[in-house]
Design a protein around this ligand. Structure first.
Ligand code: FES
Length: 155
């Protein structure tokens, strides 16, 4: 979707859903659902549509990890960084996944095949370390599980 089309989407959404500070999170969710990410170039249009400052919009957009500011890869692997998964070896799994797929946490590999992102607790703490692979929870991540995930995302 081009920038002008995205701006039209913002205007249409605000006409339907209303403006104001309380509409910022729902609008950002709607944009990410529709476009896949929220381009920084849209911040002025979002701010104007909701009668907020650009700093307000930028602050919210950068505060929440779930808002993506660049296009994601074809596959999104989220690894849990919360306490329980970390105590079960989450950091080592993260390092192994990053090395294996050649992508740093929070980034998308150059070929666009995979995005590696942190997530903070999936509610499966007793069976961690855990991941979300394209929205599907995967528990007890170990080297074998990374092999299976690697096979999936290579497909
Ligand atoms: S800490 Fe990872 S699922 Fe809860």
């Amino acid at each position: 979707m081009g920038l002008e089309e995205a701006k039209a989407l913002i205007k249409g959404w605000v006409c339907h859903e209303g403006a104001g500070r309380d509409r910022l999170l729902p609008l950002l969710h709607a944009l990410q659902d529709e476009i896949g990410y929220i381009d920084d170039a849209l911040v002025p249009a979002i701010a104007a549509a909701l009668n907020l400052s650009r700093a307000d919009v930028h602050g919210v957009l950068t505060f929440y990890h779930d808002y993506r500011r660049q296009p994601a890869g074809r596959h999104i692997v989220k690894l849990c960084r919360a306490e329980s998964c970390q105590s079960r070896g989450g950091a080592a799994i993260e390092a192994a996944a990053s090395a294996r797929w050649g992508v740093a946490m929070g980034e998308t590999r150059r070929d666009g095949q995979v995005t590696l992102e942190p997530v903070y607790c999936l509610g499966l703490c007793a069976i961690g370390p855990n991941a979300l692979v394209d929205g599907r929870p995967v528990a007890r991540i170990d080297a074998a599980a990374l092999d299976r995930i690697a096979a999936e995302i290579a497909a």
